[in-house]
Design a protein around this ligand. Structure first.
Ligand code: CAO
Length: 416
């Protein structure tokens, strides 16, 4: 089957997570992604948190599947020459170096555009160009703090909290992928490449959009009725941390199920969607709440919402999280068990859909990874192993027209 991005050649000058997540996605969909890595060491994640000595770490293998690896020292004149050749015949260059690194290497946007005016140059940085912090290097948690996620995550009596989800890294990579695809469509119309830039701060903030909504509501009315602080607690002048409250106007909370005393994940998320109140009362056996004025409307329930959650927890006490969800789903109540990584790894539905895939690897044996979360009716993205360092150097150089002797010479000067 022809994949939609087949024929699109991408120079993958990315490392760690934000950039590699973007190029991996494009590789799944058929792009020819050539990862350019420093000879001898490569992407730092090859060595980070290794679980098998001498084999690429899972951090690397899970973010670099379906790619080729070309080792190239792009600070050496011989390496620059190879890169220039590659640039002339590529559609996209993606990078997430620290601020100014590409310019210092001699590949500014102007130079790249001169070498190949049709090429799209896509970058991830911590902060956007011209921002007063645009000289900063940034990792995941830094971005979560800078983008508003940390100040609004966690409990009101605890410190700002980082999410385990890669809001700064993979999320930024996904934004960049959308930008690249948009620029490719734009190029079909104009014939010209362009620069696409995404900052980690902006990408986090984009996901924290509802918190900016709440800031404005707070400033206007002085309170936020869906937060646990309402109506008994106090509000200051900034959006507070709301614990596990629902952010979309549906009250919800993480509730204990059978076994919570010994299993730290024996919980479900329970949502009290306004129009589901009657089914909820039926499900938990509190028929008398249906017409009781103290419970009938969302407004009436809010002042004692935690008393309601406590009552639901009493109902949950003899049910596992899976049993509880099996009952509640029959009443159309939005809910889910709190799933562990172990449960997700072994979930038959996720295996069947290709969301969790097992990939054979030359050195590691097979490993689990997250496959494409995007499903298509005409294509099932196949996940293949990440490349070994420099695995495709000869193949790529031969494709660029280098002879065996020339490749040997490049090796002699340690340019590849
Ligand atoms: N050949 C020769 N040199 C190479 C090379 C190659 N193939 N590939 C990279 N380099 C060089 C670069 O030219 C640069 O050198 P100079 O700094 O001397 O100009 C250097 O390697 C890379 O620098 P860096 O700043 O990218 O790397 P770092 O480890 O110091 O910082 C990071 C890492 C992630 C903090 C930084 O890259 C960054 O802020 N990136 C942008 C934001 C981002 O994507 N962060 C998310 C990372 S995922 O958590």
């Amino acid at each position: 089957m022809t994949k939609p991005l087949e024929g699109i050649k991408i120079i993958d000058f990315t490392h760690v997570q934000a950039g590699p997540a973007c190029t991996q996605l494009l590789a799944w969909f058929g792009a020819d992604v050539i990862k350019v890595e420093r000879p001898g060491s490569g992407d730092v994640t090859r060595n980070q948190l290794r679980d098998i000595p001498d084999a690429d770490a899972l951090y690397f293998t899970m973010l670099n599947s379906n790619k080729k690896s070309l080792t190239l020292d792009t600070k050496k004149p011989e390496g620059k020459e190879v890169l220039e050749k590659l640039i002339r015949e590529s559609d996209v260059l993606v990078e997430n170096f620290g601020p100014g690194a590409l310019d210092r290497m001699g590949f500014s946007w102007e130079r790249l555009n001169e070498l190949n005016p049709k090429m799209i140059v896509a970058s991830v940085k911590g902060f956007s160009d011209g921002h007063h912090y645009d000289d900063l290097k940034v990792y995941e948690n830094v971005a979560q703090c800078a983008g508003g996620a940390a100040s609004t995550t966690g409990f009101w009596d605890g410190p700002p909290t980082i999410s385990a989800a890669a809001l700064g890294d993979s999320n930024t990579g996904m934004h960049l992928a959308i930008g690249i695809l948009t620029a490719l469509l734009g190029r079909d119309k104009t014939g010209k490449g362009q620069k696409v830039a995404v900052s980690m701060q902006d990408s986090v903030l984009n996901l924290c959009r509802v918190k900016l909504r709440d800031q404005q509501r707070l400033e206007r009315v002085g309170y936020l009725e869906e937060y646990p602080q309402y109506p008994h607690g106090e509000f200051g002048d900034v959006v507070p941390r709301g614990g596990n409250a629902g952010g979309g106007g549906q009250p919800g909370w993480v509730l204990k199920c059978k076994g919570w005393e010994t299993d730290s994940n024996a919980y479900i998320y329970f949502t009290i969607q306004g129009h589901a109140w009657e089914p909820i009362c039926h499900a938990i056996g509190k028929i008398e709440w249906i017409d009781d004025p103290a419970y009938k409307t969302a407004e009436a329930r809010q002042p004692h919402i935690f008393e309601i959650f406590n009552t639901i927890e009493v109902w949950l006490a003899d049910k596992t999280k899976f049993e509880a969800v099996d009952i509640l789903r029959k009443f159309d109540i939005p809910c889910a068990p709190v799933l562990t990584m172990k449960e997700l790894a072994n979930d038959p539905s996720l295996r069947a859909s290709g969301t969790i895939v097992e990939v054979p690897h030359k050195k590691r044996g097979s490993y689990l990874t997250v496959g494409s979360p995007i499903k298509f009716s005409d294509m099932k993205p196949e996940v293949t192993a990440s490349p070994l360092l420099g695995e495709h150097t000869d193949e790529v150089l031969t494709g660029l027209g280098y002879s065996q002797q020339e490749i040997f010479n490049l090796r002699e000067v340690k340019a590849v």
